[in-house]
Ligand binder design. Structure first.
Ligand SMILES: N[C@@H](CCC(=O)N[C@@H](CS)C(=O)NCC(=O)O)C(=O)O
Length: 212
């Protein structure tokens, strides 16, 4: 069955790979699954046809026959469950990988998003200059323990998993801020993720869309 995902017609990042379709493309590449992409404009994302697929008018989405999914955590988990390569076979190790997936989207991503919002959408607000250091501190509150847990390991819990795929994807958004480099083992962890052939294919595919 054909898998179709949605992505920005023109990503605001111009192809840096930070839009969330990249993590879905990456999961599909790791799983060796071909997919098609339906590009949507900002206007189309808020129209009824797209809202039926993604209630919040966002990308990415995932369609496979009758199955329609939104939320990257759910999409990557679905791909990981259906195909080998993204979740361990041992039940307990699988459950732990899921903990890292949730940690990525629920614990680490929110303060990173706050920083993007503060820098882009709230940059002209009179209180932004005062607020920024607080937002950055909340990111460090997450990266410190994450860095301690990773230590010298290659991945968060044994072999590379969907947990790492989500965590690396979330951390990538921090690179431009310089905060990631304060944690050399996390910067190296992200670089290991980016060095994976599947990531490179996903990155190139989204770049091709944004440089066409
Ligand atoms: N929690 C959602 C977030 C989706 C999301 O924020 N997508 C962004 C692109 S990376 C988007 O569509 N932004 C436009 C908007 O929210 O209007 C997920 O992980 O899928």
């Amino acid at each position: 069955m054909t898998i179709t995902i949605t992505a920005f017609d023109r990503s605001p990042d111009g192809g840096k790979g930070l839009a969330r379709d990249t993590r879905v493309r990456w999961a599909l590449e790791e799983a060796g699954q071909p997919y098609e992409v339906r590009l949507v404009s900002f206007k189309a994302m808020k129209e009824p046809a797209h809202l039926r697929v993604q209630p919040f008018g966002q990308i990415p989405t995932y369609e496979e026959g009758d199955l329609v999914l939104f939320e990257t955590g759910a999409i990557v988990f679905h791909i990981a469950q259906r195909h080998a390569g993204l979740l361990p076979t041992d039940a307990n190790a699988r459950a732990r990988a899921m903990s890292w997936m949730f940690a990525a989207v629920n614990t680490v991503e929110p303060p990173i998003l706050d920083l993007a919002i503060a820098k882009i959408h709230e940059r002209d607000q009179p209180w932004t200059k005062e607020r920024l250091p607080l937002v950055e501190e909340r990111i460090r509150d997450r990266l410190g323990p994450l860095s301690a847990r990773l230590g010298d390991a290659e991945w968060l819990d044994g072999a590379f998993s969907a947990g790492d795929l989500m965590m690396v994807s979330v951390l990538l958004r921090l690179r431009a801020s310089g905060i990631l480099d304060e944690y050399p083992n996390l910067a190296a962890y992200v670089a290991r993720g980016e060095a994976r052939p599947a990531y490179k294919r996903a990155f190139e595919a989204q770049l091709a869309v944004n440089t066409r």
